[in-house]
Ligand binder design. Structure first.
Ligand code: PAF
Length: 297
């Protein structure tokens, strides 16, 4: 028999950590039945100022209980990627959630999320899942969309908040929510940056001080491209490549100009400039909005 919910399952004055998906699901359903909005902020932990911004955006809507999920999802890491070394700092993550007045932390184990060790049924991201990040990281977006759809089903949020730093991920989650009829809003939040422009990322922790200096080249290249956007796509790409070429320690994976939904870039109007590169062993990504030509005709 399932245990009834108690006041320890949700304390309005402190963060409550849940590990069991079924129990968390009962808590959020009770909150929604009581008229509360539920906002989901999915994370892999190692929380930083960018995550704080996602939490703050989640709290903008009145009467909202924020659920931060902390789960390093094995399904989205390739065989040669950093699953084992990915930064894990659960206690300080919970402290940050407490400081930000998060209501619930959902921190399941891998066995809770993938009973038996692997997912047999997964979400197929479609053709966009094989481009840009997907070309370098086969299977990555199937892993992301599978865990995000599980989190949507467990947490049943009114809305879910993601960073624009992972722009392709955000676009794919928008598409998944639309194509699979998840009854929630997906909200994208602008990238938080260091004062010199480097986009905040949990993976920045891998950089040595020297690599950290080189890493700023990614955002500098994007900004240089955006500055000449009125001259069109070729000028944007050239300006960004020129900046990247000045720092050979930054090994470019791709620099691409696309439409806002990651289809082909228009000649005039809104577009997105995206970059991925390795600095030492660390793979970094970034992107920026650009307005090509004179804007919409
Ligand atoms: O952006 C991330 O941190 C992860 O890809 C996400 C959305 C939490 C899924 O594991």
């Amino acid at each position: 028999m399932t245990k009834p919910l108690t006041k320890d399952d949700y304390r309005p004055d402190d963060v409550t950590v849940h590990r069991d998906p079924a129990r968390l699901n009962r808590v959020v359903r009770a909150l929604r039945n009581a008229g509360r909005n539920v906002a989901l902020v999915p994370t892999m932990g190692a929380l930083h100022a960018g995550h704080r911004q996602l939490i703050r955006e989640a709290k903008v809507m009145q009467n909202t209980v924020v659920v931060v999920s902390i789960f390093v999802n094995p399904l989205q890491f390739g065989a040669n990627e950093d699953l084992d070394s990915y930064p894990r700092q659960f206690e300080s993550d919970v402290d940050i959630c407490r400081e930000e007045r998060v209501g619930l932390v959902f921190a399941p184990s891998a066995e809770d999320m993938y009973p038996g060790g692997s997912a047999q049924v997964t979400v197929h991201p479609g053709p966009l899942g094989d481009e840009l990040e997907g070309a370098s990281r086969p299977g990555h977006f199937a892993g992301v969309l599978t865990v995000v759809s599980k989190l949507f089903n467990i947490v049943q949020p009114t809305f879910a908040v993601f960073g624009q730093k992972d722009y392709q991920q955000l676009q794919l989650i928008h598409r998944m929510a639309r194509d699979l009829n998840f009854p929630l809003d997906v909200v994208g939040v602008p990238t938080v940056r260091e004062p010199d422009g480097l986009a905040l990322s949990s993976r920045n922790a891998y950089l040595t001080p020297e690599q950290r200096q080189h890493a700023v080249t990614l955002s500098a290249a994007l900004t240089a491209g955006a500055h000449v956007s009125a001259q069109g796509a070729d000028a944007v790409l050239k300006a960004a490549h020129d900046v990247l070429a000045q720092t050979p320690e930054v090994r470019l994976d791709y620099l691409e100009l696309r439409g806002p939904d990651l289809g082909p870039a228009p000649e005039n109007g809104d577009a997105r400039l995206l970059v991925a590169a390795r600095v030492g062993a660390t793979r970094l990504i970034d992107n920026i909005a650009v307005l090509l030509g004179e804007g919409d005709e």
